[in-house]
Design a protein around this ligand. Structure first.
Ligand SMILES: Cc1cc2nc3c(=O)[nH]c(=O)nc-3n(C[C@H](O)[C@H](O)[C@H](O)COP(=O)(O)OP(=O)(O)OC[C@H]3O[C@@H](n4cnc5c(N)ncnc54)[C@H](O)[C@@H]3O)c2cc1C
Length: 418
Protein backbone atom coordinates (compact mmCIF):
# COMPACT_ATOMS: atom_id res chain seq x y z
CA UNK A 1 0.00 0.00 0.00
CA UNK A 2 1.45 3.38 -1.04
CA UNK A 3 0.92 6.83 0.39
CA UNK A 4 -0.26 8.77 -2.68
CA UNK A 5 -0.68 12.54 -2.91
CA UNK A 6 -2.80 13.80 -5.79
CA UNK A 7 -2.57 17.46 -6.78
CA UNK A 8 -5.85 18.81 -8.19
CA UNK A 9 -9.44 17.83 -7.42
CA UNK A 10 -11.07 18.20 -10.81
CA UNK A 11 -12.78 15.21 -12.33
CA UNK A 12 -9.45 13.55 -13.22
CA UNK A 13 -7.92 13.89 -9.74
CA UNK A 14 -11.13 12.72 -8.08
CA UNK A 15 -11.42 9.67 -10.34
CA UNK A 16 -7.77 8.82 -9.64
CA UNK A 17 -8.34 9.15 -5.87
CA UNK A 18 -11.35 6.84 -6.08
CA UNK A 19 -9.57 4.14 -8.11
CA UNK A 20 -6.44 4.17 -5.95
CA UNK A 21 -8.48 4.17 -2.73
CA UNK A 22 -10.46 1.23 -4.05
CA UNK A 23 -7.20 -0.63 -4.56
CA UNK A 24 -6.25 -0.04 -0.93
CA UNK A 25 -3.82 2.86 -1.25
CA UNK A 26 -3.76 5.74 1.22
CA UNK A 27 -4.76 8.88 -0.71
CA UNK A 28 -4.52 12.61 0.02
CA UNK A 29 -5.99 15.01 -2.51
CA UNK A 30 -4.74 18.62 -2.45
CA UNK A 31 -6.89 21.27 -4.13
CA UNK A 32 -5.99 24.96 -4.34
CA UNK A 33 -9.63 26.12 -4.42
CA UNK A 34 -12.63 23.88 -3.86
CA UNK A 35 -13.09 20.61 -5.71
CA UNK A 36 -14.59 20.58 -9.20
CA UNK A 37 -14.80 24.32 -9.85
CA UNK A 38 -12.83 24.47 -13.13
CA UNK A 39 -13.69 23.01 -16.55
CA UNK A 40 -14.82 19.85 -14.79
CA UNK A 41 -17.92 21.78 -13.66
CA UNK A 42 -19.42 23.45 -16.74
CA UNK A 43 -18.39 21.09 -19.53
CA UNK A 44 -20.75 19.75 -22.19
CA UNK A 45 -21.55 16.60 -20.15
CA UNK A 46 -20.96 14.24 -23.08
CA UNK A 47 -19.24 10.91 -22.50
CA UNK A 48 -18.14 9.17 -25.66
CA UNK A 49 -17.14 5.56 -25.81
CA UNK A 50 -16.90 5.83 -29.58
CA UNK A 51 -14.81 8.69 -30.98
CA UNK A 52 -11.06 9.04 -30.42
CA UNK A 53 -10.07 11.91 -32.71
CA UNK A 54 -7.69 14.42 -31.08
CA UNK A 55 -8.24 18.17 -31.59
CA UNK A 56 -5.23 18.76 -33.91
CA UNK A 57 -6.57 17.11 -37.07
CA UNK A 58 -5.64 17.53 -40.73
CA UNK A 59 -6.89 20.98 -41.76
CA UNK A 60 -6.95 22.38 -38.22
CA UNK A 61 -4.02 24.75 -38.71
CA UNK A 62 -5.44 26.73 -41.66
CA UNK A 63 -8.65 27.16 -39.63
CA UNK A 64 -6.69 28.23 -36.54
CA UNK A 65 -4.53 30.60 -38.59
CA UNK A 66 -7.67 32.20 -40.06
CA UNK A 67 -8.85 32.85 -36.49
CA UNK A 68 -6.10 35.43 -36.09
CA UNK A 69 -7.86 37.48 -38.76
CA UNK A 70 -11.50 36.46 -38.49
CA UNK A 71 -13.63 35.39 -35.51
CA UNK A 72 -16.08 32.47 -35.47
CA UNK A 73 -13.58 29.72 -36.38
CA UNK A 74 -13.67 26.24 -34.79
CA UNK A 75 -10.29 26.93 -33.18
CA UNK A 76 -9.00 30.34 -32.15
CA UNK A 77 -5.34 31.06 -31.44
CA UNK A 78 -4.77 33.59 -28.68
CA UNK A 79 -1.46 35.39 -29.41
CA UNK A 80 1.17 34.96 -26.63
CA UNK A 81 4.74 35.99 -26.99
CA UNK A 82 6.75 33.25 -25.30
CA UNK A 83 9.17 30.76 -26.87
CA UNK A 84 7.44 27.85 -25.03
CA UNK A 85 4.08 28.81 -26.55
CA UNK A 86 5.55 29.10 -30.04
CA UNK A 87 7.16 25.66 -29.63
CA UNK A 88 3.81 24.32 -28.42
CA UNK A 89 2.05 25.69 -31.53
CA UNK A 90 4.69 24.20 -33.81
CA UNK A 91 4.22 20.82 -32.12
CA UNK A 92 0.48 21.20 -32.54
CA UNK A 93 0.96 21.96 -36.24
CA UNK A 94 3.07 18.80 -36.56
CA UNK A 95 0.29 16.80 -34.86
CA UNK A 96 -2.13 17.72 -37.67
CA UNK A 97 -0.15 15.67 -40.22
CA UNK A 98 -2.08 12.58 -41.32
CA UNK A 99 0.33 10.11 -39.72
CA UNK A 100 0.53 11.99 -36.43
CA UNK A 101 -3.26 12.29 -36.39
CA UNK A 102 -3.52 8.51 -36.86
CA UNK A 103 -1.08 7.91 -33.98
CA UNK A 104 -2.99 10.37 -31.76
CA UNK A 105 -6.27 8.65 -32.59
CA UNK A 106 -4.80 5.24 -31.72
CA UNK A 107 -3.45 6.70 -28.46
CA UNK A 108 -6.84 8.10 -27.45
CA UNK A 109 -8.52 4.85 -28.42
CA UNK A 110 -6.55 3.13 -25.62
CA UNK A 111 -8.78 5.17 -23.29
CA UNK A 112 -11.96 5.25 -25.41
CA UNK A 113 -12.39 1.48 -25.33
CA UNK A 114 -12.35 1.58 -21.51
CA UNK A 115 -14.91 4.40 -21.16
CA UNK A 116 -18.28 2.66 -21.05
CA UNK A 117 -17.13 -0.22 -18.84
CA UNK A 118 -15.50 2.19 -16.38
CA UNK A 119 -18.72 4.22 -15.98
CA UNK A 120 -20.68 0.96 -15.68
CA UNK A 121 -18.28 -0.05 -12.92
CA UNK A 122 -19.09 3.16 -11.02
CA UNK A 123 -22.78 2.27 -11.18
CA UNK A 124 -22.07 -1.30 -10.06
CA UNK A 125 -20.02 0.11 -7.16
CA UNK A 126 -23.10 2.02 -6.02
CA UNK A 127 -22.03 5.56 -7.05
CA UNK A 128 -25.14 7.66 -7.63
CA UNK A 129 -24.92 10.32 -10.36
CA UNK A 130 -26.94 11.55 -13.31
CA UNK A 131 -26.20 9.47 -16.40
CA UNK A 132 -28.30 8.90 -19.53
CA UNK A 133 -27.75 6.60 -22.49
CA UNK A 134 -29.04 8.80 -25.31
CA UNK A 135 -26.17 8.60 -27.79
CA UNK A 136 -24.64 11.51 -29.68
CA UNK A 137 -25.06 12.81 -33.22
CA UNK A 138 -22.68 14.96 -35.32
CA UNK A 139 -24.71 16.93 -37.83
CA UNK A 140 -23.67 18.55 -41.11
CA UNK A 141 -25.16 21.31 -43.23
CA UNK A 142 -24.79 19.59 -46.56
CA UNK A 143 -23.82 16.37 -48.31
CA UNK A 144 -20.26 17.53 -49.10
CA UNK A 145 -19.47 18.15 -45.41
CA UNK A 146 -21.05 14.84 -44.45
CA UNK A 147 -19.03 12.96 -47.08
CA UNK A 148 -15.82 14.67 -45.93
CA UNK A 149 -16.54 13.78 -42.30
CA UNK A 150 -17.22 10.14 -43.14
CA UNK A 151 -13.92 10.04 -45.07
CA UNK A 152 -12.03 10.83 -41.84
CA UNK A 153 -13.12 7.41 -40.57
CA UNK A 154 -11.63 5.54 -43.53
CA UNK A 155 -8.27 4.63 -41.94
CA UNK A 156 -10.01 3.69 -38.65
CA UNK A 157 -12.29 0.76 -39.44
CA UNK A 158 -12.98 -0.14 -35.79
CA UNK A 159 -14.07 3.43 -34.99
CA UNK A 160 -16.15 3.63 -38.20
CA UNK A 161 -18.00 0.48 -37.13
CA UNK A 162 -19.16 2.26 -33.94
CA UNK A 163 -21.16 4.97 -35.76
CA UNK A 164 -24.21 4.92 -38.01
CA UNK A 165 -24.23 7.21 -41.06
CA UNK A 166 -27.41 9.30 -41.49
CA UNK A 167 -27.82 10.60 -45.04
CA UNK A 168 -31.38 11.87 -45.07
CA UNK A 169 -33.57 14.24 -43.07
CA UNK A 170 -35.75 11.25 -42.09
CA UNK A 171 -32.76 9.37 -40.64
CA UNK A 172 -31.57 12.43 -38.68
CA UNK A 173 -35.07 13.14 -37.31
CA UNK A 174 -35.63 9.56 -36.33
CA UNK A 175 -32.69 10.02 -33.91
CA UNK A 176 -33.85 13.46 -32.79
CA UNK A 177 -37.33 14.71 -33.78
CA UNK A 178 -36.66 18.05 -32.02
CA UNK A 179 -33.70 19.12 -34.21
CA UNK A 180 -34.25 21.80 -36.91
CA UNK A 181 -36.15 20.28 -39.87
CA UNK A 182 -33.60 21.37 -42.51
CA UNK A 183 -30.77 19.27 -40.98
CA UNK A 184 -30.36 16.26 -43.27
CA UNK A 185 -26.92 14.73 -42.64
CA UNK A 186 -25.14 13.31 -39.62
CA UNK A 187 -23.64 10.31 -37.95
CA UNK A 188 -24.89 8.72 -34.78
CA UNK A 189 -22.88 7.19 -31.94
CA UNK A 190 -25.64 5.20 -30.32
CA UNK A 191 -23.78 4.14 -27.17
CA UNK A 192 -22.58 7.62 -26.14
CA UNK A 193 -23.83 8.95 -22.85
CA UNK A 194 -24.67 12.09 -20.90
CA UNK A 195 -23.11 12.49 -17.44
CA UNK A 196 -23.92 15.57 -15.35
CA UNK A 197 -20.40 16.40 -14.10
CA UNK A 198 -21.28 17.97 -10.72
CA UNK A 199 -23.32 14.92 -9.74
CA UNK A 200 -20.45 12.62 -10.73
CA UNK A 201 -17.88 14.63 -8.77
CA UNK A 202 -20.14 14.79 -5.68
CA UNK A 203 -20.51 10.99 -5.85
CA UNK A 204 -16.74 10.56 -6.16
CA UNK A 205 -16.07 12.89 -3.20
CA UNK A 206 -18.53 10.97 -1.01
CA UNK A 207 -16.96 7.66 -2.10
CA UNK A 208 -13.35 8.70 -1.50
CA UNK A 209 -14.22 10.08 1.93
CA UNK A 210 -15.91 6.75 2.75
CA UNK A 211 -12.70 5.01 1.64
CA UNK A 212 -10.80 7.11 4.21
CA UNK A 213 -9.06 9.44 1.76
CA UNK A 214 -8.35 13.02 2.74
CA UNK A 215 -9.55 15.87 0.49
CA UNK A 216 -7.80 19.08 1.52
CA UNK A 217 -9.29 22.17 -0.11
CA UNK A 218 -7.58 25.60 -0.20
CA UNK A 219 -4.27 23.73 -0.35
CA UNK A 220 -2.38 25.16 -3.33
CA UNK A 221 0.77 23.18 -4.08
CA UNK A 222 3.76 25.50 -4.20
CA UNK A 223 6.75 23.14 -4.35
CA UNK A 224 8.03 19.59 -4.02
CA UNK A 225 10.72 18.20 -1.73
CA UNK A 226 13.04 15.91 -3.69
CA UNK A 227 15.23 13.28 -2.08
CA UNK A 228 17.52 11.04 -4.16
CA UNK A 229 15.73 11.90 -7.41
CA UNK A 230 12.26 11.21 -6.04
CA UNK A 231 9.56 13.41 -4.55
CA UNK A 232 9.44 12.74 -0.82
CA UNK A 233 6.94 15.46 0.14
CA UNK A 234 4.52 17.94 -1.40
CA UNK A 235 4.51 21.47 -0.02
CA UNK A 236 1.14 23.24 -0.05
CA UNK A 237 -0.33 26.40 1.43
CA UNK A 238 -2.11 24.13 3.93
CA UNK A 239 0.94 22.16 5.02
CA UNK A 240 3.55 19.62 3.94
CA UNK A 241 2.44 16.12 2.91
CA UNK A 242 4.82 13.16 2.74
CA UNK A 243 4.36 10.94 -0.30
CA UNK A 244 5.50 7.62 -1.76
CA UNK A 245 3.96 8.62 -5.09
CA UNK A 246 2.65 11.92 -6.44
CA UNK A 247 0.09 12.51 -9.19
CA UNK A 248 -0.20 15.89 -10.88
CA UNK A 249 -3.81 16.16 -12.07
CA UNK A 250 -4.02 19.92 -11.92
CA UNK A 251 -5.54 20.65 -15.36
CA UNK A 252 -4.02 23.80 -16.84
CA UNK A 253 -2.11 24.20 -13.54
CA UNK A 254 -0.09 21.05 -14.36
CA UNK A 255 2.49 22.82 -16.56
CA UNK A 256 3.93 25.04 -13.79
CA UNK A 257 3.90 22.08 -11.38
CA UNK A 258 5.76 19.86 -13.87
CA UNK A 259 8.27 22.69 -14.34
CA UNK A 260 9.00 22.57 -10.59
CA UNK A 261 10.11 18.97 -11.22
CA UNK A 262 12.31 20.02 -14.13
CA UNK A 263 9.94 18.89 -16.88
CA UNK A 264 8.70 21.22 -19.61
CA UNK A 265 5.18 19.93 -20.28
CA UNK A 266 3.91 21.03 -23.71
CA UNK A 267 0.44 22.00 -22.55
CA UNK A 268 -1.56 25.21 -22.74
CA UNK A 269 -5.23 25.97 -22.33
CA UNK A 270 -8.15 25.51 -24.70
CA UNK A 271 -10.80 27.91 -23.44
CA UNK A 272 -14.49 27.15 -23.87
CA UNK A 273 -17.83 28.36 -22.58
CA UNK A 274 -21.31 27.00 -21.91
CA UNK A 275 -24.86 28.01 -21.03
CA UNK A 276 -27.66 26.05 -19.37
CA UNK A 277 -31.30 26.38 -20.46
CA UNK A 278 -33.88 25.15 -17.96
CA UNK A 279 -37.30 23.85 -19.05
CA UNK A 280 -39.80 21.28 -17.88
CA UNK A 281 -40.80 19.12 -20.85
CA UNK A 282 -37.88 16.94 -22.12
CA UNK A 283 -39.75 16.18 -25.38
CA UNK A 284 -39.25 19.77 -26.65
CA UNK A 285 -35.46 19.60 -26.22
CA UNK A 286 -32.71 17.45 -27.74
CA UNK A 287 -33.24 13.70 -27.53
CA UNK A 288 -29.52 13.01 -27.92
CA UNK A 289 -26.28 15.00 -27.57
CA UNK A 290 -25.59 16.96 -30.75
CA UNK A 291 -22.45 18.48 -32.23
CA UNK A 292 -22.85 20.79 -35.20
CA UNK A 293 -20.14 21.09 -37.82
CA UNK A 294 -21.15 24.53 -39.13
CA UNK A 295 -21.62 26.47 -35.88
CA UNK A 296 -19.31 24.24 -33.73
CA UNK A 297 -21.70 23.93 -30.82
CA UNK A 298 -22.36 20.97 -28.55
CA UNK A 299 -25.79 20.43 -27.02
CA UNK A 300 -26.62 17.90 -24.31
CA UNK A 301 -29.98 17.06 -22.71
CA UNK A 302 -29.90 16.77 -18.91
CA UNK A 303 -32.59 16.31 -16.24
CA UNK A 304 -33.36 20.01 -15.91
CA UNK A 305 -33.08 21.03 -19.61
CA UNK A 306 -30.03 21.33 -21.86
CA UNK A 307 -26.44 22.54 -21.75
CA UNK A 308 -24.85 24.03 -24.82
CA UNK A 309 -21.18 24.87 -25.25
CA UNK A 310 -18.62 26.04 -27.77
CA UNK A 311 -15.15 27.53 -28.14
CA UNK A 312 -11.57 26.30 -28.40
CA UNK A 313 -9.48 29.35 -27.56
CA UNK A 314 -5.92 28.04 -27.57
CA UNK A 315 -3.63 29.83 -25.14
CA UNK A 316 -6.39 31.72 -23.29
CA UNK A 317 -5.01 32.93 -19.95
CA UNK A 318 -8.14 33.02 -17.81
CA UNK A 319 -11.68 31.69 -18.15
CA UNK A 320 -13.53 34.85 -19.13
CA UNK A 321 -17.23 34.83 -20.00
CA UNK A 322 -17.55 37.04 -23.09
CA UNK A 323 -21.20 37.98 -23.52
CA UNK A 324 -20.71 38.42 -27.29
CA UNK A 325 -19.69 34.75 -27.60
CA UNK A 326 -22.53 33.59 -25.33
CA UNK A 327 -25.04 35.57 -27.44
CA UNK A 328 -23.68 33.97 -30.63
CA UNK A 329 -23.88 30.52 -28.99
CA UNK A 330 -27.56 31.14 -28.17
CA UNK A 331 -28.30 32.25 -31.75
CA UNK A 332 -26.71 29.03 -33.06
CA UNK A 333 -28.57 26.94 -30.48
CA UNK A 334 -31.92 28.48 -31.42
CA UNK A 335 -31.27 27.65 -35.08
CA UNK A 336 -30.51 24.03 -34.16
CA UNK A 337 -33.36 23.64 -31.64
CA UNK A 338 -36.05 26.19 -32.61
CA UNK A 339 -38.83 24.73 -30.43
CA UNK A 340 -37.06 24.78 -27.03
CA UNK A 341 -38.64 27.33 -24.62
CA UNK A 342 -35.91 29.92 -24.02
CA UNK A 343 -37.44 31.67 -20.99
CA UNK A 344 -34.96 30.33 -18.42
CA UNK A 345 -31.52 30.99 -19.88
CA UNK A 346 -28.88 30.78 -17.13
CA UNK A 347 -25.77 33.01 -16.96
CA UNK A 348 -22.85 31.99 -19.20
CA UNK A 349 -19.86 30.08 -17.83
CA UNK A 350 -16.26 29.66 -19.07
CA UNK A 351 -13.50 27.15 -18.38
CA UNK A 352 -9.97 26.27 -19.53
CA UNK A 353 -9.40 22.78 -20.88
CA UNK A 354 -5.88 21.35 -20.42
CA UNK A 355 -4.67 20.97 -24.02
CA UNK A 356 -1.49 19.04 -24.80
CA UNK A 357 0.49 19.83 -27.95
CA UNK A 358 -0.79 16.74 -29.78
CA UNK A 359 -4.25 16.92 -28.19
CA UNK A 360 -3.81 13.53 -26.50
CA UNK A 361 -3.96 13.05 -22.70
CA UNK A 362 -0.62 12.91 -20.91
CA UNK A 363 -0.60 10.01 -18.48
CA UNK A 364 2.59 8.57 -17.05
CA UNK A 365 5.80 9.19 -15.13
CA UNK A 366 7.28 12.69 -15.17
CA UNK A 367 10.52 12.25 -17.15
CA UNK A 368 13.41 11.99 -14.67
CA UNK A 369 11.26 11.60 -11.53
CA UNK A 370 10.41 7.95 -10.93
CA UNK A 371 7.59 8.43 -8.40
CA UNK A 372 5.79 11.44 -9.93
CA UNK A 373 3.04 11.00 -12.51
CA UNK A 374 1.12 13.32 -14.80
CA UNK A 375 -2.60 12.88 -15.52
CA UNK A 376 -3.59 15.84 -17.64
CA UNK A 377 -4.01 17.12 -21.22
CA UNK A 378 -7.51 15.69 -21.62
CA UNK A 379 -8.67 18.61 -23.77
CA UNK A 380 -12.29 18.06 -24.86
CA UNK A 381 -12.61 14.65 -23.23
CA UNK A 382 -11.60 14.94 -19.58
CA UNK A 383 -15.01 13.96 -18.21
CA UNK A 384 -15.14 11.04 -20.62
CA UNK A 385 -11.62 9.81 -19.89
CA UNK A 386 -11.36 10.47 -16.13
CA UNK A 387 -12.30 6.96 -14.93
CA UNK A 388 -10.20 5.26 -17.66
CA UNK A 389 -7.25 7.54 -16.85
CA UNK A 390 -7.52 6.49 -13.21
CA UNK A 391 -7.25 2.84 -14.23
CA UNK A 392 -4.17 3.49 -16.39
CA UNK A 393 -2.53 5.45 -13.55
CA UNK A 394 -3.25 2.72 -11.01
CA UNK A 395 -1.66 0.12 -13.29
CA UNK A 396 1.41 2.29 -13.87
CA UNK A 397 1.87 3.07 -10.17
CA UNK A 398 1.48 -0.55 -9.16
CA UNK A 399 3.91 -1.67 -11.89
CA UNK A 400 6.42 0.99 -10.77
CA UNK A 401 7.78 1.24 -14.32
CA UNK A 402 6.59 2.45 -17.73
CA UNK A 403 4.28 -0.04 -19.44
CA UNK A 404 4.74 -0.34 -23.24
CA UNK A 405 0.98 -0.61 -23.80
CA UNK A 406 0.61 2.96 -22.48
CA UNK A 407 3.67 4.44 -24.22
CA UNK A 408 1.50 6.54 -26.57
CA UNK A 409 -0.02 8.29 -23.56
CA UNK A 410 3.24 8.83 -21.68
CA UNK A 411 4.97 12.26 -21.47
CA UNK A 412 8.01 10.47 -22.92
CA UNK A 413 6.35 10.61 -26.35
CA UNK A 414 7.19 14.31 -26.64
CA UNK A 415 10.86 13.58 -25.96
CA UNK A 416 10.94 10.84 -28.58
CA UNK A 417 9.63 13.21 -31.26
CA UNK A 418 12.47 15.74 -30.92
C1 LIG B 1 -16.78 24.24 -22.69
C2 LIG B 1 -16.22 22.88 -22.36
C3 LIG B 1 -16.93 21.75 -22.76
C4 LIG B 1 -16.42 20.48 -22.49
N1 LIG B 1 -17.16 19.38 -22.80
C5 LIG B 1 -16.73 18.14 -22.46
C6 LIG B 1 -17.55 17.00 -22.71
O1 LIG B 1 -18.69 17.11 -23.18
N2 LIG B 1 -17.04 15.79 -22.40
C7 LIG B 1 -15.81 15.63 -21.85
O2 LIG B 1 -15.40 14.49 -21.64
N3 LIG B 1 -15.03 16.70 -21.56
C8 LIG B 1 -15.46 17.95 -21.86
N4 LIG B 1 -14.69 19.04 -21.60
C9 LIG B 1 -13.32 18.85 -21.10
C10 LIG B 1 -13.27 18.55 -19.63
O3 LIG B 1 -14.14 19.41 -18.91
C11 LIG B 1 -11.82 18.72 -19.13
O4 LIG B 1 -10.96 17.95 -19.94
C12 LIG B 1 -11.71 18.24 -17.69
O5 LIG B 1 -12.60 18.95 -16.87
C13 LIG B 1 -10.29 18.39 -17.17
O6 LIG B 1 -10.32 17.91 -15.85
P1 LIG B 1 -9.05 18.00 -14.92
O7 LIG B 1 -9.41 17.34 -13.64
O8 LIG B 1 -7.86 17.51 -15.66
O9 LIG B 1 -8.79 19.55 -14.74
P2 LIG B 1 -9.57 20.65 -13.82
O10 LIG B 1 -11.04 20.44 -13.83
O11 LIG B 1 -9.03 21.96 -14.27
O12 LIG B 1 -9.05 20.31 -12.39
C14 LIG B 1 -7.76 20.60 -11.98
C15 LIG B 1 -7.81 21.07 -10.55
O13 LIG B 1 -6.47 21.30 -10.10
C16 LIG B 1 -6.47 22.43 -9.26
N5 LIG B 1 -5.11 22.97 -9.21
C17 LIG B 1 -4.42 23.60 -10.19
N6 LIG B 1 -3.18 23.97 -9.76
C18 LIG B 1 -3.10 23.54 -8.48
C19 LIG B 1 -2.08 23.61 -7.48
N7 LIG B 1 -0.90 24.20 -7.72
N8 LIG B 1 -2.32 23.07 -6.26
C20 LIG B 1 -3.52 22.45 -6.00
N9 LIG B 1 -4.52 22.36 -6.89
C21 LIG B 1 -4.31 22.89 -8.12
C22 LIG B 1 -7.48 23.36 -9.92
O14 LIG B 1 -7.97 24.31 -8.97
C23 LIG B 1 -8.55 22.38 -10.38
O15 LIG B 1 -9.58 22.21 -9.43
C24 LIG B 1 -15.17 20.34 -21.83
C25 LIG B 1 -14.49 21.47 -21.40
C26 LIG B 1 -15.00 22.75 -21.65
C27 LIG B 1 -14.26 23.96 -21.17
Amino acid sequence: MSKIVIVGAGVVGLAAAYELGKRGHSVTLLEKDEYGQGPSHGNAALVTGVLSFPVPAPGTIPVAAKSLLKSGQAITLVPRFSPAYVTFLLRMAAATRSRAFAVGTMAQDILTVKVLESFDEYVADGLKFEMHERGSMHVFDNEAEYTAAMKVFEPFESIRSRVIGLDSAAAVHEVDPAIAPEISYGYYAKTDRQVEPDSLMAALVAAIKAQGAELVEHAGVISFVKTAGKVSAVVSTAGVYEADEVIIAAGVGSRPLAAMLGYSLPQYSGGGYSVDIHYGDPEVGPHTSVLTSASHIAVTPLDWGLRTSSGMLIGQRAPVVKQKLIDKLLVDLKQTYPSVPYQEVQPGWAGLRPMSADGVPVIGQVPGVANAYLATGHAMLGLTYAPATAKVLAELIEAGEPLPKYALLSPQRFKLKK
